[in-house]
Write a protein that binds this ligand. Structure first.
Ligand code: GDP
Ligand code: GDP
Length: 464
């Protein structure tokens, strides 16, 4: 979850120019097909040694008509909502305009950190506008020239401490990464540390992914309890992965959805490719990924791709089978689904599978519980002492192979990370251990320590 900077401001102040400068060619997804415009662009930014995500409300035409202005406002609020800080840009050559004041108002209310950037500041023509910028009441403006790359050091100076503070906060919350410790069992405590549950300050990040028409928008609206999603007939006004913060049955949740896909990708042959890339983006942000399937056509290629991706990215996964209200033979169907799930997605063994109806709201409490339990498992930390007792038992039950007559020794095991759980085993000749032995240990961990469904990373290390 990287630090996110939103670039906001009225059209033509130079947002895209700056975005492009920060992101270069590292844009996650671009598509210049007509009707496939994005209104929230996102990219991985680099500024000196800093790496962060940048979101830009690019592509908005000058808003003349009333409803478009409203949408622009919404879009800005959304970008601000998903960001850790905002860079509010004005055009110093044009000075402060009425439209800028509107943005300043939104920002004063919404964003914790606003950085004011007076762009197009190269040369004297910008001096007056630069001074006017102080009057916005958003602190000292930065003198920027996105086009000429001026002011980047100043931007770096402002961003660096913000990013550092955000990362420190995350580190403090995640379990500390420890190096492999070869000393004798130092944690004689067999108690597991309790999992830190989501708070309002750090909500649980959930992505709802799935093929177009699976029911993502319906599900999210049902969870929200109101029609708050932005949908609209204007060409090009579509949404990107966006986030909504809410209180879901008492759990603070930040929900990322990709529902805009369907409206954006009118072109059929592009549909699949785009949905997968869009899902990828949402998955990157998420802690728990809800893969939403359509009960009528479950486990299509695209569903499998997204689920596999979530596993590979190390996210906790919940499978939700939607449109359950349309099923008549529910018992049989559920058995068939579980079989298919086990066969097609063995890498997600044990992940919760729940049936829901986004339309009627049935099963949403089960979905909530499954998300919380997946999150808990994902955060689990097993004490070293218990792990090593367990390892001894596993070795005894099924010793590692002995290539060339010398048995491979596994000496010590520790959990180095959570979210997802990652383990390291010290081995005499790690490179000779077959994959099947690794799987044996992973499956054992999953079962014996109750970590169903979460991706488990296990690596062998030599002691040299
Ligand atoms: P956006 O609508 O806010 O994304 O603005 P753009 O990035 O598309 O820029 C609008 C216009 O301002 C373009 O013609 C840019 O070339 C120009 N522009 C952007 N940054 C600067 C700058 O630093 N100095 C000057 N003089 N022009 C700039
Ligand atoms: P998205 O593309 O994944 O966002 O899908 P939508 O939420 O737009 O839903 C696609 C279609 O499926 C719409 O016509 C919905 O009304 C319908 N739909 C969604 N959820 C359910 C459900 O639980 N039951 C039934 N019967 N229809 C649903």
């Amino acid at each position: 979850m990287s630090f996110t900077l939103a670039i906001v401001g009225r059209p033509n102040v130079g947002k895209s120019t700056l975005f492009n400068r920060l992101v270069g060619k590292r844009l996650a997804l671009v598509d210049d097909q007509p009707g496939v415009t994005r209104d929230l662009r996102e990219g991985e930014a680099r500024l000196g040694d800093l790496r962060f995500t940048v979101v830009d409300t690019a592509g908005l035409e000058e808003a003349t008509d009333e409803s478009l202005q409203g949408r622009m406002r919404k879009l800005t609020e959304r970008a601000v909502g998903m960001a850790d800080a905002c860079l509010f840009m004005i055009d110093a050559r044009a000075g402060v305009l009425a439209a800028d004041e509107v943005f300043a108002d939104i920002l004063r209310k919404k964003s914790a950190h606003v950085i004011l950037g007076a762009n197009k500041s190269e040369g004297r023509a910008a001096d007056a506008g630069f001074l006017e910028a102080y009057a916005l009441g958003l602190g000292e403006p930065l003198r920027l020239s996105a086009e000429h790359g001026e002011g980047m050091a100043e931007l770096h100076a402002v961003l660096a401490p913000l990013i550092e503070a955000a990362e420190a906060r995350l580190d403090a919350e995640a379990a500390p990464e420890v190096d492999v410790d070869l000393s004798d069992e130092d944690d004689d405590e067999d108690m597991e540390a309790p999992v830190r549950m989501p708070t309002a300050a750090r909500p649980l990040q959930v992505a709802v992914v799935g093929r177009p028409n699976a029911g993502k928008s319906t599900l999210i609206n049902q969870i929200l309890g109101e029609d708050r999603l932005l949908t609209g007939p204007e060409a090009g006004i579509t949404r990107d992965s966006i986030s909504l913060s809410m209180d879901w049955q008492g759990t603070p949740v930040r929900l990322f959805d990709t529902a805009g896909m369907r409206k954006r990708a009118k072109v059929q042959d592009k549909l699949e490719k785009l949905s997968v890339s869009d899902g990828l983006r949402a998955v990157k942000f998420a802690e728990v990924v809800v893969v939403l399937l359509d009960a009528q056509i479950p486990f299509e290629a695209q569903d499998l791709k997204i689920a596999d991706l979530a596993e590979r990215e190390g996210r906790a996964v919940v499978i939700a089978v939607n449109k359950w209200d349309l099923e008549t033979d529910r018992q049989d169907k559920l058995i068939a689904l579980k079989e298919e799930f086990a066969r097609l997605l063995p890498q997600l063994r044990g992940a919760p599978l729940v049936t829901v109806s986004a339309l009627t709201g049935r099963g949403l409490d089960r979905l909530h519980d499954a998300v919380i339990s997946a999150y808990t498992v994902w955060n689990r930390r097993v004490p070293t002492a218990r792990l090593n007792r367990w390892l001894a038992g596993m070795l005894e039950m099924h010793p590692p192979p002995a290539p060339g007559g010398r048995r491979i020794k596994l000496r010590y095991m520790t959990q180095v990370k959570t979210r997802p759980p990652a383990f390291v085993v010290m081995a005499s000749v790690p490179e000779k251990l077959p994959e099947s032995y690794r799987r044996y240990l992973v499956n054992g961990l999953r079962e014996d320590f109750e970590m169903p469904g979460t991706p488990i990373r296990l690596t062998f290390r030599g002691q040299g």
